[in-house]
Design a binder for this molecule. Sequence first.
Ligand code: CA
Length: 164
Amino acid sequence: MKKFIKPLFSHGSIIALALILSCRFGINDNTVSDEVKVIFDTDMGSDCDDAGAMAVLHKLADRGEIEILGIIFSSNANKFGVGTCAAINSYYGRKDLPLVQFQGNIIIGDSRNFYSQYIAEADSIYGHSVIDSTTESTLAYKKLLRKQTNKSVTIITVGHPVAH
Ligand SMILES: [Ca+2]
């Protein structure tokens, strides 16, 4: 019988970490920049890479290296992805972080659900209130960006930003 070994990190999580680190250090030099303001775009739900990337994001915020302005759930194929984002935000003490979702008429993303429903519905454990639906993202994106100065926000995506 063949035994398959799954890689520790998926392509998505490696790309997300690279993007986060490039924000932290800048692409062309090794100098540490000031706190980076981040909007995180994710299609949380079908794979674990988005959860890993979000955990890294929250830890960087805990260290004061980034400020998370908001989380965009850019998929509508797995309705529990947004609740998983809410649970992770709550777990890391950011229950009130803006969290919005794509609500377009076309289906975007991966509908597989390996863990997201369990986590999204575990509101009694994590203390979050969003389970499978929240505010539409397009207007929220604009609202988040309007509050910031030009070129001051980094959008990190491991989701489907073209949906907006
Ligand atoms: Ca993803």
